[in-house]
Each structure stands twice: as structure tokens, then as C-alpha cells.
Design a protein around this ligand. Structure first.
Ligand SMILES: [Zn+2]
Length: 550
């Protein structure tokens, strides 16, 4: 049995005729029938628009999807290379996307694909691609096998001239799709086209980061000033970037549960309780708050350096410690690690600094085992530093699975959700686990604050985005919605006694803005302005330390 029946010269000689045809023609082994059968099977089983028809335009889309999918399988009859490279991917992408949408209520969009690759891979691997996905993967493989078997039964193909014509037509179609049809248009035709487009988008944006990296405009090349306050200790600026933490689950913002008991005791803590996030995924929000990018204009996230370069130029020791991944898909840096690369020292979760070691201690009551090596390293750096310093800590925070984010002493609310799929737990247990991760976050940040108390220091905390905990039937994050569950993020500033004495005006201006509607993008301007750096890149109207109004 040949896998890809193409008529060879020997076949023709054996058959004794120039154009071989089987003696008995079977309708099922006709190429057009093959395309129609598999196109229909695909759209009926796996194509989202075909499954959710509510209006005439949905019907139109579904018809187009069906036509396009049949075309895909028709081309797959003629080109073995096309079949091998696209058909298995189309089936697997389709089944995984359906699994993600139907089981996790998450559409496989570019930010989700990015977070799949760029978050701590072990956690994502075990957390999201759980065993529950295996039947879906098996279904994708079965469909591919059946389709391949059917293809082997097809009649022998037309002569070379006809095949050349078909290949030329196919290449022209690919050329048209790649160069003239915007990827955004393909998305509406559902699986597998939207997955092709989203993976393509992710890959493109990663390549863009790689190519743009060397050509980034260095904002530190503009004239800027920083004056060391006379006879004062060197300034320590700390930024802790939270992960998937919601403002309304922090008791410093009025949450009924006491999730932040230690931060509540800090007198010099100013919580801005009305802040909205730039994006709903890590790889949008973090570059947005580190650079001059805004939700309306994300270009500076790749075209310019972040505020790290400016601190470094002004003689600050710059440190980036991250509990998240450095590379994602491929060996090039991500948009975030392209930014962290601006700092003098960067430390990621790897064999030297492991998160895994701490996971072994999840059930321990021994408080000395509570922190992982990255957290312990960061606290030792903020404790011992005697230079002026900018230190950034990028947390795993409250990223799902929540029960991985805290150890036993922080299991304040029970029962918890031990599962790797949020939908499988009662909502109350899911929220208990999530709140415990906030209790742990409170403990970690309060620990960092303790290392700064006798110094000239300012600490910022902001979460990248929120999280659905079952509201509107949704879970996790990354969905491109404007819902408060994803957009309303915690942000606060803590300042030391020395800082308060040196900059009373800045502290007063911050207190005045606590209740105002602020944007996460303000962090870029605020961290520079609050640290008393002057530069033309700072917009005082976006700084919480500046005086607004008259
Ligand atoms: Zn995130």
C-alpha cells in the first residue's frame, strides 16, 4: 500500500497505457469526494463558527469556512508535502482549541499562546495541558490517521502536466493568502485558520522583538538628571510585578477576607485602588508598564528601551529577578526578557535558582522553607545593597494552579482546589486557593519591606492583569475583554521614613491620588518621577508623585 499514490513511469509501463485509470471507479475514492467528506467532517466537529450559528452573518462565515476547509483537503489530495505539513497540525490544533474553549473557556489567541510558552513551562505543562487534554489529542491523532488512510485509497493521480498546473495554482493561492489577505480576516473562518493566524502572529511578534532589539531607541540617550540627596543614604527603588492578582481580593482595598494582614499594618503604604490594566495577559501588560507604551500605542514596547536603561545610565545598580520563563518558543528572548536584558544582572528560574526546590516543601509547616530560592535571593539583595539600586521582581504570584503558589502555613482558607483544571473545583474552593496565593503574596512583599525599613527606599507593587474566577462562566485570563475581573489591578507604593523625610511633596501628591482612576501605564512615569529622575520622557500628568491640577 502506498501512502501517497503518485503515478510513476514504472506504473504507467506496468499498466501498459500512458494514462492509468483503475478499472472500477468508486465514488468514495474520488478526490472531490475526499475533499467534501473531510472538509465537512472537520467543520462539523471542530470549527467553532459552524457550531455556533446565531445570525445570517454567522451562516455566511460558516459557509466560507466550509468552502476553505474543503479546499484545504482538496489541495492535500494533490500534494503529499502539503498533507504532511498541514493536515496533522490542522486536526491537532482543532481538537486542542476545542478542548481549550469548551473545557477551559479560553480561546487560543496570541496572548494565550504566548503565556503557554513564556510562563514557567513546568507549571503550564502540568497545569493546562493536563491529562484531561489527552482524549482530545487522541481524537486529533485518530482523525489524522483516518484521513491518511482514505488518502491512500484515492485513485492514481493525473499526469505530470495537470499536477504541475495544480501545484502552480496552489502556490499562487498561498502567495495571495500570505501577501494580500490580512491575517485578521482569516481568523473569522474559525479552526484551523484562526490557529494558523494566531501562531503566525505570535511567531511574527517574537521575530519582531529579535530584529527590533538591536535597533531600539535608547531613552537613556536623551539628557536626564539625577541628584543624590546630600548626605542621604543611596536610594533603593524596588518594583514587584504581580501575576494575575485582582485588586478586589486584597483586604488593603476593602476585601472582606483578611488576605493582606501584614501590608495593612504598614503606615507608609499608599494603595491606588482604582487602577486599570493595559492588557489582559502578561506579555502585553509587563512591556506596557516598563516602557512608554500605552494601550492605544504599543509600539514603544518594542521600539524603545525601558526605564531600566535610564536608571542604569544614572549609576543605579539594576537587577531583574523573575519567576517566569526567559525564552518561550525558540531560543530568542521574549518581549519581556528583551527588557530585563537591559539590567546589569538578571536571574531567571533555572538550574541555579530553582522554583522546583520550594515546591517540594509545599506541605511543610517550617516557615524557613516558605520561600523559594529566587525570593530568598531577592530579599538578600535588597537587604545587603549599599549602592543606589533598581531591583525588579517578576512574580509567579497568583498564576493558576493557585495551590502551587503558597505553602501550608498560608492555607488560610479551606477547602482548596487541588485540581489542575479550575472548572473541576467548586467555586468556593477555587476562590479559597486564589485567596491563599494573595496571603502568600502579602507575606513575601512584607518581607521585602522589612529589608528596606532603615534605608532610603521606595517600593512599587502592581499586578499585570486580573483573573476570572468563574464570573460570566470564565476562568483564567488572556481573554480580550474589558471586564473588571481582568482589568482592575492592585497597585500600591510603600516608602521608608528616610524617603518620606526627603520627599514629603511626592508622598503628599501620591496620597491625593489614591482614589483616582489611574492606568497601569502610569507606572513608567511614576517610578522615574518618584525616584527624582528628570528626563523628557517623563510625562508628569501620568506620574502619581507629581502635582496635578493648578
Ligand atoms: Zn500575567
Amino acid at each position: 500500500m502506498k501512502l501517497f499514490p503518485i503515478e510513476t513511469k514504472r506504473d504507467r509501463l506496468n499498466n501498459g497505457s500512458r494514462l492509468s485509470r483503475p478499472k472500477k471507479r468508486s465514488w468514495i475514492n474520488n478526490r472531490l469526494t475526499f475533499a467534501l467528506i473531510w472538509g465537512t467532517v472537520y467543520v462539523c466537529l471542530l470549527n467553532a463558527p459552524m457550531l455556533d450559528i446565531h445570525s445570517p452573518s454567522d451562516l455566511e462565515n460558516a459557509f466560507m469556512s466550509w468552502m476553505l476547509t474543503c479546499l484545504l483537503f482538496l489541495i492535500a489530495c494533490y500534494s503529499a508535502v502539503f498533507f504532511v505539513s498541514l493536515v496533522p497540525f490542522a486536526f491537532l490544533a482543532g481538537t486542542l482549541a476545542e478542548y481549550s474553549e469548551r473545557v477551559l473557556s479560553v480561546r487560543l489567541s496570541e496572548p494565550i499562546i504566548a503565556s503557554l510558552f513564556e510562563m514557567d513551562m513546568t507549571a503550564m505543562g502540568q497545569g493546562i495541558i493536563a491529562w484531561q487534554a489527552l482524549p482530545w489529542i487522541a481524537a486529533g491523532l485518530c482523525l489524522t490517521a483516518l484521513c491518511l488512510f482514505h488518502r491512500t485509497r484515492l485513485e492514481v493521480f493525473r499526469p505530470l502536466k495537470t499536477r504541475l498546473l495544480i501545484i502552480t495554482g496552489y502556490l499562487s493561492l498561498v502567495f495571495f493568502l500570505v501577501f494580500f489577505l490580512p491575517l485578521g480576516l482569516i481568523v473569522q473562518f474559525g479552526h484551523p485558520y484562526d490557529i494558523f493566524a494566531e501562531v503566525g502572529d505570535y511567531w511574527n511578534s517574537k521575530m519582531q522583538v529579535t530584529f527590533a532589539h538591536a535597533r531600539k531607541f535608547d531613552i537613556a540617550s536623551l539628557p536626564a538628571t539625577y541628584e543624590n540627596p546630600v548626605s542621604a543614604q543611596p536610594l533603593q527603588v524596588i518594583l514587584i510585578i504581580g501575576e494575575a492578582a485582582r485588586a478586589d481580593h486584597f483586604s488593603i482595598n476593602g476585601y472582606v477576607r483578611e488576605t493582606t494582614p501584614l501590608l495593612q499594618k504598614e503606615n507608609h503604604l499608599i494603595s491606588f485602588y482604582n487602577v486599570s490594566s493595559c492588557g489582559t495577559s502578561t506579555h502585553i501588560s509587563v512591556p506596557c508598564l516598563m516602557t512608554r507604551a500605552t494601550r492605544e500605542n504599543m509600539a514603544p514596547a518594542t521600539s524603545e528601551t525601558s526605564f531600566i536603561s535610564l536608571f542604569r545610565k544614572k549609576g543605579f545598580y539594576t537587577l531583574w529577578v523573575s519567576e517566569q520563563g526567559k525564552y518561550g518558543l525558540g531560543a530568542q528572548r521574549t518581549q519581556i526578557s528583551s527588557i530585563s536584558g537591559e539590567s546589569e544582572v538578571e536571574v531567571f528560574n533555572d538550574k541555579n535558582f530553582s522554583l522546583a526546590a520550594s515546591r517540594r516543601n509545599l506541605n511543610s509547616h517550617d516557615l524557613s522553607l516558605y520561600v523559594n530560592q529566587l525570593e530568598a535571593y531577592f530579599q538578600s539583595q535588597t537587604r545587603s545593597s549599599s549602592r543606589k539600586m533598581l531591583a525588579v521582581f517578576h512574580m509567579a504570584g497568583s498564576h493558576f494552579p493557585y495551590h502551587w503558589r503558597y505553602t501550608l502555613p498560608f492555607r488560610k482558607y479551606a477547602p482548596t482546589c487541588p485540581d489542575v483544571l479550575p472548572q473541576l473545583c467548586p467555586r468556593e474552593a477555587l476562590i479559597n486557593s486564589y485567596d491563599n496565593s494573595i496571603v502568600y503574596t502579602d507575606f513575601f512583599i512584607a518581607g521585602v519591606i522589612d529589608t528596606l525599613k532603615n534605608k532610603n527606599a521606595i517600593l512599587f507593587y502592581v499586578s499585570d492583569h486580573g483573573e476570572y474566577l468563574g464570573e460570566h462562566g470564565r476562568f483564567l485570563h488572556g481573554q480580550e475583554t474589558g471586564d473588571a475581573e481582568l482589568r482592575h489591578v492592585p497597585m500600591f507604593v510603600w516608602t521608608s521614613d528616610t524617603f518620606n523625610r526627603l520627599y514629603p511633596g511626592k508622598v503628599r501628591h501620591m496620597r491625593e491620588k489614591q482614589a483616582l482612576r489611574l492606568r497601569q501605564e502610569f507606572l513608567f512615569h511614576s517610578i522615574l518621577d518618584c525616584s527624582d529622575i528628570e528626563s523628557p520622557v517623563i510625562n508628569k500628568k501620568s506620574s502619581v508623585c507629581a502635582q496635578w491640577g493648578e
